[in-house]
Design a protein around this ligand. Structure first.
Ligand SMILES: Nc1ncnc2c1ncn2[C@@H]1O[C@H](COP(=O)(O)OP(=O)(O)OP(=O)(O)O)[C@@H](O)[C@H]1O
Ligand SMILES: [Mg+2]
Length: 309
């Protein structure tokens, strides 16, 4: 369990983290989301005592990180995948971490195997590809078999198989009762991986709760129907109180009636349906709706075109 209370970080005039309070529970994967520059990495660094809060507190399992005697046994973190010394081999990097935390070296071979780097263990950290570097960072986080894991954008640079592997890894770590806090900008992946979300913008908490509640509260859902009898069905559904949009010659979008009820209305009237489905808003839709206007850095709405001369 991680608990932040009124956590605040100032860099000069900049409020990077602003009075942030949240808790990250054990047994769940908690996604830590927010636009670029919203303070996610800064918060994670404060959890690991790599940055001191300007005010407020954060504890891991009820203790401040500095008070942990063998921290790698308690908290594993991937904060900066390039943190390994470039001249040191992957194995030596992990050996050095293991020695400094009284972790047996056999565990190094074990985690190299878990992350799929056994073959590359002799290669210098500085020449590993982006994704291999991420895997080495995850290996370091897992080294002490910790109860709490903090991973800052762990799937950056991973290939599709690697992303799937991280999804299953995080899931199984949470199922073992561990606390897993993971940041990412890949919303589709977060929707599949996380149970719980903490969403921040400009250092402040915007939302915290389950992924399903967040999506449901934001965009809700609608029923999509494909039918050759668009007009007849539209009238019947409207009479039932639904709001109906005609999306194309054979397609209706229905709000306010569940697909089950739409199916019954159609069957009762003897109308043919080719498709009937419930479409839920995506996490990406919900995230953009929530954070719109809160981002510090946003691209131009229109692609830039060369001005006419
Ligand atoms: N050491 C530092 N000195 C000054 N400003 C900093 C420092 N570290 C972070 N910041 C600033 O604090 C703000 C939050 O940065 P942070 O890296 O925590 O954001 P983030 O949410 O992790 O963003 P991203 O999604 O881009 O990784 C940014 O404006 C950043 O420029
Ligand atoms: Mg960051």
């Amino acid at each position: 369990m991680i608990k932040a209370q009124h956590l605040t970080k100032r860099y000069g005039n900049l409020l990077a983290v602003d009075d942030l309070s949240f808790s990250v529970e054990a047994g769940k994967v908690t996604g830590f989301l927010g636009p670029n520059g919203s303070g996610k990495s800064t918060t994670m660094r404060m959890i690991m005592a790599l940055d001191a809060p300007s005010s407020g507190t954060v504890t891991v399992g009820g203790h401040a990180f500095e008070s942990l005697r063998f921290p790698l046994h308690e908290v594993g973190a991937l904060l900066d995948a390039t943190a390994a010394h470039p001249g040191r081999s992957a194995r030596d990097h992990l050996n050095w971490l293991a020695d400094s935390n009284r972790i047996p070296r056999a565990r190094v071979s074990e985690v190299l195997g878990i992350v799929g780097l056994s073959e590359a263990a002799h290669r210098r950290a500085g020449v590993l590809s982006l994704g291999m570097g991420q895997r080495l960072g995850i290996a370091a986080a897992l080294l002490g078999d910790p109860a709490v894991l903090i991973l800052d954008e762990p799937i950056n640079g991973l290939d599709p198989e690697g992303i799937l592997w991280v999804r299953h890894l995080l899931r199984s770590l949470a199922d073992e009762g561990r606390t897993v806090l993971v940041s990412s900008h890949l919303m589709a992946e977060m929707a599949l991986t996380a149970d719980h979300l903490i969403i921040i913008a400009r250092g402040r908490l915007l939302s915290s709760g389950s992924v399903t509640d967040f999506i449901e509260q934001s965009g809700g859902h609608h029923t999509r129907v494909v039918t050759p009898d668009v007009e007849a069905l539209r009238v019947l559904l409207r009479d039932k109180g639904a709001t109906v949009f005609v999306d194309s010659a054979q397609e209706l979008r229905v709000e306010g009636l569940e697909s089950r009820e739409v199916g019954i209305v159609a069957a009762t009237a003897g109308l043919t349906l080719y498709e009937l489905s419930t479409e839920r808003a995506s996490l990406e839709d919900a995230f953009i709706e929530l954070t719109h206007g809160h981002a510090d850095y946003r691209g131009a709405a229109e692609p830039l075109t060369a001005s006419a001369t």
